[in-house]
Design a binder for this molecule. Structure first.
Ligand code: NAD
Length: 292
């Protein structure tokens, strides 16, 4: 039976590491600052932003909450982002998604200066990842890479299968696995015989949003299984994209839902904010990679 890859415990360790970096920054007179932008009053988004702001406070970082009303315009939000881009005490900018559908979400995100793009979602950040340059990476894939590292698995030469191809998770995690020299297969809603592809995987990352789509008997013995999905069942339970109990029978390591990838995302946002403060406004060079 596979070991549980405990995202809560790993996230605590990441937070402790970030706390030490905050102390080192304080010695240089720098307090990392995260600006959060929450448009309207969606209750779930309010909870997410609240946990990010609390995370900052717990580590001695500043957060600056901005709460434009639901009827704010795209140009007002772009102007707010530009004002935050210019502020020296703001090192990271987080625009909580989704924005109300009256707004041009892409225009708002793309207005974020790449050096402050702690969610890693601008074209500049994604392009830097694609071309093997250093830069701020999206938080959920960063968290997944940290979880895989915790297993001790050497990714070089392994076959990693990513199910889902969103800009938020699937595409960036595939590129990050590639950076670590895995052979990566990307699957999506049009993939033929998904079961056969997943059966060849040493590492499976499921980021689909369909309850238990990845069946336990698709998992190769000894695989590392990372379940990003968050799905609510009819009886109100949270389940992932992987059939957990059956998959655990075969896997070497598997993330639970909840308590796997989820807690890592906020921890990596805090890590990115510290990294942005360390690097400053001129360079986006955080980490680099090989392409050979
Ligand atoms: P998305 O809806 O943008 O993308 C889903 C992807 O799944 C698409 O690329 C699609 O091609 C693929 N897909 C759909 N049906 C499929 C099928 N039958 N077979 C194979 N592939 C199929 O989703 P997303 O934003 O990447 O999120 C995926 C899931 O991860 C959601 O449940 C989301 O809530 C969760 N999520 C969790 C975190 C976290 O911090 N834990 C962060 C982001 C997303």
């Amino acid at each position: 039976m596979g070991e549980i890859l405990d995202g809560k415990a790993v996230a605590e360790r990441v937070r402790a590491e970030v706390g030490r970096r905050v102390v080192a920054l304080a010695e240089r007179g720098i307090v990392p600052g995260l600006a959060t932008v929450l448009v309207g009053d969606d209750p779930a988004s309010r909870v997410y932003v609240g946990s990010k702001e609390k995370g900052c406070a717990a580590l001695g970082m500043r957060s600056f909450g901005h709460r434009p009303p639901a009827d704010a315009t795209t140009s007002q939000l772009v102007a707010l982002v530009e004002e935050l881009n210019a502020r020296p005490d703001v090192h990271g900018i987080l625009v909580q998604l989704p924005l109300p559908n009256t707004l041009d979400e892409d225009a708002v995100i793309q207005a974020i200066a790449p050096a402050k793009d702690v969610d890693g979602l601008t074209i500049a950040s994604q392009g830097r990842l694609l071309t093997g340059r250093g830069g701020l990476r999206p938080c959920t894939p960063l968290g997944i890479m940290r979880l895989v590292a915790e297993t001790g698995l050497e990714l070089r030469g392994t076959h990693a299968v990513v199910v889902g191809r969103s800009n938020l998770v699937g595409k960036p995690i595939a590129l990050m696995l590639l950076e670590q020299h895995a052979t990566v297969t990307m699957c999506h809603s049009r993939t033929r015989d998904l079961a056969a592809v997943v059966r060849g995987a040493d590492v499976v990352v499921a980021a689909v949003g369909r309850a238990e789509l990845v069946r336990g008997d698709w998992i190769r013995d000894g695989a590392v299984v990372i379940d990003v999905g968050i799905n609510r069942t009819a009886d109100g339970k949270l389940v992932g994209d992987v059939e957990f109990a059956a998959a655990r029978e075969r896997a070497a390591w598997i993330t639970p839902v909840p308590g796997g990838v989820g807690p890592m995302t906020v921890a990596m946002l805090l890590a990115n904010t510290a990294a942005a403060a360390e690097t400053g406004p001129t360079a986006a060079a955080i980490g680099a990679s090989a392409s050979a």
